[in-house]
Ligand binder design. Structure first.
Ligand SMILES: Cc1ncc(COP(=O)(O)O)c(C=O)c1O
Length: 282
């Protein structure tokens, strides 16, 4: 409720302001150019105005701060969509010469496609959780898992998986669980990805993606975002921050509804899940 909003009372505001600026006033062209260069090469967040909206945006930064707090990470970096977020992660690792990804199926279809088609020059080894340690190579930059997975809802033991990864970062796509139900970093994951388009937004009216991680990796992601342009629009940042306010209540309601659906389907003679047909709800 409060993360990303702590300064509002001092500003005399209740709702976060939406900053739609694409460019910001510049009084010293040489100094501003130096700030852009520094951002491009370090990815460290700027003090003062963002210079240009592809570097940073104050409204989006509020959402990033709130999401990082929820996931228990140093930082979060927001993108135009979940796929833009995954793209940035893969490019960030490839830029460090680590083009190989070990991934556990099932993954969301487009994540599977992006990896399998090698569109970004990455190479993937598909494996099950038991095969991770064996699949890791010297150029492996990432192990990726989705739990619960879209669409099967298969769940992974994140702690065991993280152990198998050794020093290779484990990315968990936490879209379906949300940080209300699962905080992968507490179980050893290093990178958490969301399609914010789903539960974080919560109302079917905003696309976005976000990566929660340590500050070092966040800097590389900001560099990639600046250079490739997959930024989250400030209006989307505002809607996502607003969505977070009701996230725990919505997740609780969705869980209650799901449990009730299971109960009804398990006893409905017309349902394939019905116990009356001998296939107990699992
Ligand atoms: C689990 C999961 N990850 C990633 C994505 C991609 O996110 P987006 O559609 O916001 O690009 C989706 C989209 O359905 C998803 O369900």
């Amino acid at each position: 409720m409060h993360a990303g909003r702590e300064d509002l009372a001092d500003l005399g505001l209740h709702a976060p302001p939406i900053d739609l600026s694409t460019t910001y006033p510049s009084y010293d062209a040489r100094a501003e150019a130096a700030r852009i260069d520094e951002f491009a090469t370090t990815g460290a967040r700027l003090d003062g105005p963002p210079v240009y909206a592809r570097l940073d945006n104050p409204t989006v930064a509020r959402f990033e701060e709130a999401l990082a707090r929820l996931e228990g990470t140093d930082a979060a970096v927001a993108f135009a969509s979940g796929m833009a977020a995954l793209t940035a992660v893969l490019l960030a690792r490839a830029s460090q010469g680590l083009r190989h990804v070990v991934a556990v199926r099932p993954l969301y279809g487009c994540s599977d496609h992006l990896l399998d088609a090698g569109l970004l020059g990455t190479e993937v080894t598909w494996t099950d959780p038991a095969g991770i340690a064996e699949a890791i190579r010297p150029d492996t930059g990432l192990v990726m898992v989705e739990s619960p997975a879209n669409p099967t809802l298969a769940e992974a033991d994140i702690r065991a998986l993280a152990h198998s990864c050794g020093s290779v970062p484990l990315l968990v796509d936490n879209t379906f669980a949300t940080p209300v139900l699962q905080r992968p970093v507490e179980q050893g994951a290093r990178i958490v990805l969301h399609s914010a388009t789903k539960y974080l937004g919560g109302h079917g009216d905003v696309m976005g993606g976000v990566v929660a991680c340590d500050e070092e990796f966040a800097r590389t992601l900001r560099q990639v975002r600046f250079a490739t342009g997959g930024v989250l629009h400030p209006l989307a940042g505002y809607l996502l921050l607003r969505g977070l306010s009701t996230l725990p209540v919505r997740v609780r309601a969705a869980s209650t509804t799901a449990a009730e659906l299971v109960r009804r389907l398990a006893t409905d003679p017309g349902s394939p899940a019905s116990t009356t047909r001998g296939s107990a709800a699992r």
